[in-house]
Design a binder for this molecule. Structure first.
Ligand SMILES: [Zn+2]
Length: 270
């Protein structure tokens, strides 16, 4: 989830590690938790109120970002453009986070309407790119064995392991060149994971971020979660709380990678 694991560098979290750092919101001097930044701060409230998500976000629980998200997903369940609205929501979150950082690090105090417009502009760029150039192609057939990518292309395999008892999971990805040589890898532990599909989506997210970090051009992403991969490349729904992750992954592709090429996503048969 975008901020569901409470891992963001909020002032409240930083204060726990560095007591001299203020735990307060620089805008309103309430304690700066995740839910405060995104939902409860008068600044965030003004943004939600002025956004086109107002109708959908009104009266949702705000005790945590996770509760808010899950309630929003439920509320949008019957909407034909559910994925589009979820993506807009992610962009609003993203813009609020950027505005908070702009205030803390650059002393720029944004107007709520400017933040809303930034999210809209991001969305316009997002759909322009995704309609024209970044259309994620899902390979038609799956393979039983790993095959190397073509010359000069890197393939990133991703997978996730899920522990139902503790709601924990590990997402991992490995980058290989055309000879099969591993050039990079990463693994990350996640908490509050509610389904095996969710950890696979989070693993895909890590794979996209890794591709961005190491500046891969035109990489191939390959995993074994067909529904996740298909949903990431279309408006299809993977069901349940995965939709939130998928909306995030879809937007992340645009934000993290300034892509103007096609990504090929395939899957391995398991
Ligand atoms: Zn505040």
């Amino acid at each position: 989830m975008i901020a569901g694991s409470n891992g963001l560098a909020t002032n409240q979290n930083l204060h726990l590690r560095i007591p001299s750092k203020s735990a307060l919101c620089p805008r309103c001097t309430s304690s700066e938790s995740q839910e405060h930044i995104f939902l409860l701060c008068p600044f965030a409230e003004a943004i939600w109120l002025g956004s086109e998500l107002n109708e959908w976000s009104r009266n949702l629980p705000k005790a945590s970002v996770r509760l808010f998200w899950n309630a929003l997903v439920d509320r949008l369940a019957a909407q034909a453009d559910k994925m589009n609205l979820l993506a807009k929501c992610v962009l609003l979150f993203w813009s609020i986070w950027r505005a908070q950082n702009a205030l803390i690090f650059s002393d720029i105090d944004s107007d709520p309407m400017v933040v809303i417009q930034a999210a809209i502009n991001f969305g316009i760029d997002f759909s322009a790119i995704s309609n024209q150039q970044v259309r994620t192609r899902v390979r038609a057939e799956c393979t039983a064995v790993w095959t190397p990518p073509p010359l000069h292309v890197f393939k990133i395999n991703f997978d996730g392991a899920y522990l139902k008892e503790s709601l924990e999971g590990v997402g991992a990805c490995v980058v290989r060149d055309h000879t099969g040589r591993v050039s990079h890898s990463c693994a990350r532990r996640f908490t509050n994971v509610t389904s095996p599909a969710m950890i696979k989506a989070l693993a895909l997210r890590e794979a996209i971020l890794l591709a961005h970090r190491i500046r891969l051009i035109n990489p191939i992403f390959e995993g074994d979660a067909k529904t996740i991969i298909e949903a990431a490349g279309s408006d299809a729904s993977a069901g349940g709380d995965c939709d939130v992750i998928i909306a995030y992954v879809s937007v992340l592709v645009i934000i993290a990678l300034s892509l103007n090429t096609e990504i090929v996503i395939g899957w391995l048969m398991t």
